[in-house]
Design a binder for this molecule. Structure first.
Ligand code: FE2
Length: 321
């Protein structure tokens, strides 16, 4: 009998017959799909796949049986209310509402082919930097739930907030932290230059379509570069946020410390945010499942930064339960 399982349960030898994914990242292979290496699991993770259906009669099975797992929409609300005070949630909601017009105008500038204004991004990051501590954690928590038209906006905002908090946890100077925030906000803007139908497509993407989605870091970089005052750190984050520590990422296949550190920080925050995102109609990975998977992905992240993210953000920092 077929089983629905979560990505962290995937093992080499399993045959995937169905999958759900959020469409925007798109690296979904032809089905049925045989998991032949850890890299195959990584591919699904990058495509923001939430769960898959396997056929154990034709491939490997899970050890302890499949389970639905994760947070439902209703559990998400309860979880949020149990973690944060009403005041923190209200302040976070206010920050999101205040920054929304700025981010939406940046996104529409990109769609219209206009140059991104650094000043607009900087103002949003100033608001996020002012939202420290529990307020910031509540903002990241609130941003997990994404309605259809909020995906890019809330992902950009949450990655920016995560990078600011992580920068503080790493005890970087405020100027660098500000640049990390701007980079987090703008890192995926190249996606705005892709055909909308490609980003919202629910069927399996063809190889050509997958390759097209993978052009978003370079497209974003070229777009941001047109603004003369765009700092190098921001450009590096945009261009290299999909590079992997073992050299298997894109667009350049850079390895280890050849990947600029801000981009290695972005990779951790970007994947964490994408994995813990919840949709009204879908369960999301819990924080511990996401962290478990990231720790179990050798080669993807800078191991030292990932360890610091877990120690300073999840165990003892702003993301602590
Ligand atoms: Fe991206």
């Amino acid at each position: 009998m077929k089983k629905r399982i979560r990505l962290h349960q995937l093992r080499t030898g399993m045959l995937v017959t169905e999958m759900e994914w959020d469409g925007s990242a798109g690296a979904a292979p032809e089905l049925p799909f045989l998991i032949s290496s850890r890299k195959d699991v990584d591919r699904l993770m990058r495509a923001e796949v939430i769960s898959v259906v396997i056929d154990p009669s034709r491939g490997a099975d899970v050890g302890g049986g499949g389970h639905a797992g994760g947070l439902s929409h209703a559990q998400f609300e309860t979880d949020l209310l149990s973690k944060f005070s009403a005041k923190d949630i209200e302040s976070a909601r206010q920050t999101i509402e205040e920054t929304a017009p700025h981010v939406r105008s940046l996104l529409s500038d990109v769609r219209m082919g206009e140059t991104v204004k650094l000043e607009g991004a900087s103002k949003t990051v100033d608001s996020l930097m002012a939202a420290a501590g529990r307020h910031s954690a509540a903002l990241i928590g609130l941003s997990r739930l994404k309605e259809k038209d909020q995906v890019t906006f809330l992902h950009s905002l949450a990655v920016s907030a995560l990078m600011i908090d992580f920068g503080r946890a790493l005890k970087l100077d405020e100027e660098t932290i500000h640049l990390l925030g701007v980079g987090g906000l703008l890192h995926d803007f190249g996606k705005m230059l892709l055909p909308k139908a490609l980003l919202t497509k629910r069927d399996t993407l063809s190889e050509a379509e997958r390759q097209m989605v993978r052009t978003h870091p370079l497209r974003g970089y070229e777009l941001l570069k047109r603004a003369e005052d765009m700092p190098q750190t921001v450009l590096d984050i945009c261009l290299y946020h999909h590079e992997q520590f073992d050299g298997t990422g894109y667009p350049r296949g850079l390895q280890g410390t050849d990947i600029p550190r801000p981009a290695r920080i972005a990779a951790v925050c970007d994947v964490y945010e994408a994995m813990t995102t919840i949709r009204p109609y879908k369960r999301a990975w819990t924080q511990s499942e996401a962290i478990g998977f990231m720790l179990d992905s050798p080669g993807h992240f800078d191991p030292e930064l990932l360890q610091q993210f877990v120690a300073r953000m999840v165990v003892g920092g702003v993301l602590a339960a």
